[in-house]
Design a protein around this ligand. Structure first.
Ligand SMILES: [Zn+2]
Length: 569
């Protein structure tokens, strides 16, 4: 492609880094993708430079520039709008503030839109709106993912209310891609503000940002003038937004292509799909085959710190895990992790509670006790799985939802309730495995599944034994008695049909032999996911509703609920 503009030989040989004011040799700086080698400052790229850096050489096919009505208002500020447009076109060599094209990234076909801040501040007017809508339409018709690299100051004032309407138009276009199950990715570059931030930039399934890129609705200066306060330096930066759950990944420019390629690959089904290695499935579905165990001892085993956590299983039983971050409404709970991964080659979404092996890890993960941001992150990822047709695997390991004042203030109960309803209606297979402790509603909020499995030493109960003892015995020391009364062992759960199968643990527990435990987890999941994937979306929803609708009926207790296929081999 030949979109790279050449500015002639008069360009200075040195540039001053806008981040640290170090003079940089221009050729070296350009070779380094305009990232400062001293401070890492990511300077702005033009749309042609951006496309050059992202897509496979020779694959770019620009979409035609559509005829649109410009200057409907006859707008004049210091110069007439048509003059401004003409100047921008002459200066940039572009038709508008965005370039849209079909292309490929590492061989993955994609429709890509790259905005250019040089063109009237990357402002969103009728032309940009039309181009983004065309790009979305192309992705829809050709069923390929849409990637939008944003850079914009907001809506284009010179086009008045028609520019404002482009926010609604582009948002609706992305909504159509949601309905059609087409992956959308936005790449936030500096700066992304106003009407672009509040439409297609933040509606994408996965939001990737460059380091330091700022994203927001109102700009810093406007806010500071309004509230008469000085905002922190990091305000609205990619890193600031990652911590608050608005961005999935912050990726330096030199790794962007590889990361975007991974994301595009994450949802692509390989030819032949998942494979089952043919070994017998180590799942027990007859309670009579399980040993009687001391309930309190069971609780202690389920809590052992050496047990593999969700992230451990993700690295051992799955491949290609791509963690996604954030609930998109203000938080990114460390107590819940999730993202796309592959299970024996098949793309899946994995979500689980995350504990840790040491006091420091447990602290950092809030002991696996999520606040509402954890449940909302899980919900967001489950909705994404539903959209993309990815089976959902949840790994449950929590003492319970976080019992804190701030969690209550942010709607803990609502977040849990909404997950229960959401999971009931997911149109994709859902399998839950209780890998340790299944504590109360905080566990169930990730466990409304078509099939529920538990590791042999796992527990699942309505309240922790300590909590039950404190309430009913008014004595926390009565926990062992409470544990016996509550009956949450794998054997009890299987008898009641709360779980469909038990994965036996290696001698000494999963912590003694994590690799073997992971192997058994994968062997149990692969055929289940395969079997459920043959069902229609309607059948999957009906199956799940029926499973939970049956609890407490005489039938359930006597016969066990629709057992898993017996010892499938
Ligand atoms: Zn610098």
């Amino acid at each position: 492609m030949t979109l790279l503009t050449t500015r002639g030989a008069e360009e200075a040989q040195w540039v001053l880094c806008q981040g640290c004011t170090t003079p940089l040799y221009r050729k070296r700086w350009t070779r380094g993708r305009k990232v400062c080698p001293e401070c890492g400052y990511h300077a702005r790229l033009t749309a042609p430079e951006r496309l050059d850096q992202l897509v496979d050489p020779g694959t770019l096919e620009p979409l035609p520039f559509p005829a649109v009505t410009e200057d409907i208002l006859g707008f004049v500020d210091t110069v007439a709008y048509p003059r401004r447009l003409a100047d921008a076109r002459a200066r940039t060599g572009l038709d508008e503030a965005v370039v849209c094209a079909r292309a490929a990234i590492d061989g993955h076909p994609v429709v890509v839109a790259a905005m250019d801040f040089r063109f009237l501040g990357g402002s969103l007017g009728v032309g940009v709106g039309q181009l983004i809508a065309m790009a979305a339409e192309t992705a829809l018709v050709e069923r390929i993912p849409l990637l939008i690299a944003t850079a914009s100051g907001g809506a284009r004032m010179q086009e008045g209310t028609l520019a404002l309407m482009q926010m609604a138009r582009t948002s609706a276009a992305l909504g159509q891609l949601d309905d059609a199950g087409i992956l959308t990715i936005s790449l936030i570059t500096d700066p992304t503000y106003g009407g672009v931030a509040a439409s297609f930039a933040t509606l994408a399934d996965v939001i990737v940002a460059e380091p330091g890129a700022r994203l927001g609705f109102a700009g810093r200066r406007v806010i500071e003038q309004t509230i008469h306060q000085v905002l922190p330096q990091r305000f609205q930066t990619a890193e600031f937004l990652l911590e608050r759950g608005f961005v999935d990944l912050v990726v330096p420019r030199d790794r962007l292509r590889a990361e975007l390629s991974r994301l595009l690959a994450a949802v692509a089904v390989p030819p032949g799909g998942a494979t089952h290695d043919g070994r017998p499935v180590p799942t027990v579905s007859d309670p009579g085959l399980l040993p009687e165990s001391d309930p309190w001892e069971q609780v202690r085993l389920a809590r052992k710190l050496d047990r593999p956590t969700t992230l451990d299983y993700l690295s051992m039983a799955f491949t290609d895990f791509q963690e996604l971050h954030g609930d998109r409404s203000g938080g990114d709970s460390p107590a819940v992790v999730g993202g796309t991964a592959r299970l024996a080659g098949r793309p899946v979404m994995v979500i689980g509670h995350q504990k840790g092996h040491t006091a420091a890890e447990l602290n950092q993960r809030n002991f696996g006790m999520p606040g509402p941001d954890g449940y909302r992150k899980a919900a967001r990822l489950m909705r994404l799985a539903d959209k993309l047709g990815l089976p959902v695997v949840t790994l449950v390991d929590t003492p319970g939802a976080y019992p804190g004042a701030d969690a209550e203030e942010r709607g803990q109960a609502v977040a849990i309730a909404e997950n229960l309803r959401l999971m009931a209606g997911l149109r994709v297979p859902v399998v839950t495995v209780i890998i340790g402790e299944g504590g109360s509603g905080g566990a169930l909020a990730l466990a409304v599944a078509n099939r529920v499995l538990i590791f042999g030493n796992g527990v699942y109960s309505v309240i922790s034994p300590e909590g039950c003892a404190a309430i009913l015995w008014q004595d926390p020391a009565a926990a062992p008695r409470a544990a016996a009364a509550l009956g949450g062992s794998a054997r009890d759960l299987l008898r009641l049909g709360i779980v469909d199968g038990v994965i036996p643990e290696p001698d000494g527990g999963t912590g003694e032999d994590p690799l073997r435990a992971a192997d058994r987890l994968r062997a149990a999941l692969v055929p289940l996911i395969g079997e459920l994937s043959d069902m229609t979306p309607q059948a999957l929803v009906a199956d799940r509703r029926e499973r939970f609708n049956a609890f407490g009926t005489a039938l359930t207790v006597e016969t066990g609920l629709r057992p898993l296929r017996e010892e499938v081999s």
